[in-house]
Write a protein that binds this ligand. Structure first.
Ligand SMILES: Cc1ncc(COP(=O)(O)O)c(C=O)c1O
Length: 379
């Protein structure tokens, strides 16, 4: 049993045992499917957990200079790079120690070809498979006007000389059937290039740690694909799957405000600053001990700590067994992947601390943020 009173509020809390379970599952898939799994830092960059990650994974994917630096400093292993556009003033520093680099356009490849060659990195091109199961455009990299990846019609009969890999990211919290369709689409649009390359990176979005994900299907699809292209080294680079359901955001009710509708629980966390996906996607997170209200039941709406009028959980209210009281703990489930990396210090609201519940059940406070953290981002 977790003792929430030991945990400062607000606080993102990683449950070590759950991360290990995810990594064990992913490592088994990696081995059985004969592929290499990289950690994409964009969705999970909690480096205090990297000593655990590196016991299972041998590399990571960076999409910015700072992610690359964090990988080099805290994770080690092979470093794969993909940035939508590279900055000339960063490029030399960025590629240090990297093994693979993916370009988003032919122009970018032309521009950085010589530097890439002389540094000995294996270069690839991001392709747009013109298929994605994602319905929200904000997370659909293959939408009709997507800026991400080269379309088949823009590649002539042959890949540019020197390109050794292709990279495709079009999934998001997807299942193995979507991977199968993606591979069919890649073969249909880019199949004639596959004999020419050495590696294929199938991006992220493979949510193999979600309950009900058909892992056997994933392994079957990968094995069949590899049998058709035995010369290819296959990578995937998930974030969500690694940190999926590995922890929570602990918050506190500071006040209760009556409205003509539901009562609003005023929290010490913010949706816009600390859980932006709740507004962007949008989605309704689970709260421990709360349920979907039945007709006529007293309900509570969760209200954020900033002055933004829309800083509320707009996707639905919650019912609790007992009326909420000021000082009650509110525990938002599954708040580790993306949530922590997407935070801002908007409105100067208290930034959630970061902690870990170790395997033996003890809580370790890793980091607390203060006024200086806020001030240092401004001038
Ligand atoms: C290029 C690329 N790779 C990997 C990922 C990780 O995806 P996920 O967290 O859904 O596994 C993303 C997510 O946006 C991405 O853009």
């Amino acid at each position: 049993m977790i003792n929430y009173s030991d945990i400062p509020s607000p606080c993102y809390v990683l449950e070590e045992q759950k991360l290990i379970q995810n990594l064990e599952k992913i490592a088994a898939v990696q081995q059985q499917a004969g592929i290499t799994v990289l950690l994409a830092l964009k969705g999970f960059a909690m480096f205090s957990a990297f000593p655990i990650v590196k016991r299972y994974l041998s590399g990571a994917a960076a999409s910015s200079l700072y992610e690359a630096m964090l990988i080099r400093e805290k994770l080690g292993g092979s470093l794969h790079l993909y940035l939508p556009a590279y900055r000339p003033d960063e490029f030399d520093q960025l590629i240090q120690g990297a093994s693979h680099i993916t370009f988003n356009s032919l122009t970018q490849w032309e521009h950085y070809r010589e530097k890439t060659r002389s540094a000995g990195l294996s270069p690839g091109l991001r392709i747009n498979p013109e298929f994605s199961p994602v319905i929200h455009d904000i997370y659909n990299p293959a939408s009709p006007y997507s800026r991400l990846g080269v379309r088949a019609e823009n590649l002539s009969g042959k890949l540019p000389e020197g390109i050794e890999g292709l990279h495709c990211h079009n999934l998001c919290e997807s299942d193995a059937a979507d991977l199968e369709t993606t591979l069919e689409q890649i073969e249909k649009l880019f199949g004639h290039h596959l004999p020419q390359i050495r590696w294929l990176n199938l991006g992220g979005g493979h949510l193999m740690t979600r309950q009900g994900y058909d892992i056997e299907h994933f392994i079957r699809v990968m094995t069949q694909f590899k049998a058709r292209y035995p010369h290819l080294e296959i990578y995937i680079e998930p974030s969500s799957a690694i940190a999926w359901e590995t922890g929570f955001l602990r918050a506190t009710v500071l006040d209760l405000v009556e409205t003509p509708g539901p009562a609003i629980a005023m929290l010490d966390v913010s949706f816009t600053a600390h859980m932006p996906d709740c507004l962007e996607m949008p989605y309704k997170p689970r709260i421990q001990g709360a349920r979907q209200p039945q007709d006529g039941e007293p309900t509570y709406r969760m209200g954020g700590a900033t002055c933004l009028a829309g800083d509320v959980m707009g996707m639905g209210d919650y019912a609790f067994d007992k009326p909420l009281q000021i000082g009650d703990a509110i525990v938002f489930e599954d708040m580790i992947h993306y949530t922590m990396v997407k935070t801002s210090m908007f409105n100067g609201v208290q930034h959630p601390s970061i902690g870990i519940i170790r395997r033996d059940g003890t809580f370790e406070l890793i980091r607390q943020f203060n006024y200086d953290d806020y001030k240092r981002r401004l001038s």
